[in-house]
Design a protein around this ligand. Structure first.
Ligand SMILES: Cc1cc2nc3c(=O)[nH]c(=O)nc-3n(C[C@H](O)[C@H](O)[C@H](O)COP(=O)(O)O)c2cc1C
Length: 165
């Protein structure tokens, strides 16, 4: 083996996971951000975590509202998910810009992409500084799934979004 850096390792660990983190903006609309760095933490109680750059607008929103829905996007919206990963919601309505069809989630004012395979409805329990990111540790309140939808994964590091098969 030879010495490599973390971005090179990310290419070797493909396909990498892809989520869309959905948070509420001050005007009530939903912001969407693409996040690969997520993990299950605990089944009982249900807990997941994800890491986001300190500068991300989504991070600001979840630290303020303590509510977030983490979704596994369906293959149909690959281009939109890529767009959500290269634009900040600070001054853009990503749902409109990337033409994302929205779905309601019971008991939540946060919307999700209608083409989602899984949605984890969460409340933020705590967050920790980890280098240039914050790690958001979330309690899962409800999980929704649709096995008819094919999940998206990131290939070639994070540059291409396609199903795993
Ligand atoms: C495939 C892919 C995976 C990404 N994974 C992460 C991630 O795990 N953590 C992160 O902070 N940003 C990640 N990004 C970048 C964010 O989605 C990007 O910075 C986005 O503009 C943040 O939006 P926001 O400012 O509206 O929160 C990823 C982008 C792509 C395309």
């Amino acid at each position: 083996m030879k010495k490599i850096n973390l971005p090179q390792a990310a290419k070797l660990t493909c396909p990498n996971p892809v989520t869309v983190v959905c948070t509420q903006k001050p005007d009530g609309s939903t912001n969407f951000a693409t996040v690969s760095w997520w993990t299950y933490l605990s089944f009982n109680p249900g807990m997941i975590a994800y890491a986001m750059a300190k500068t991300s607008y989504s991070g600001e929103m979840v630290r303020e509202n303590k509510k977030v829905i983490v979704t596994i996007p369906g293959a149909e919206i690959a281009d939109a998910v890529k767009g959500c990963g290269s634009t900040t919601g600070r001054n853009t309505d990503k749902a409109e810009k990337f033409n994302i069809e929205l779905a309601d989630v019971e008991g939540s004012s946060i919307k999700i992409p209608a083409h989602s395979r899984v949605a984890f409805q969460c409340c933020l329990k705590e967050y920790h500084e980890v280098g240039d990111h914050y790690l958001y540790i979330c309690e899962v309140e409800q999980v929704y799934g649709d096995e008819e939808k094919e999940a998206l994964f990131a290939w070639n590091g994070y540059s291409q979004l396609r199903p795993a098969k």
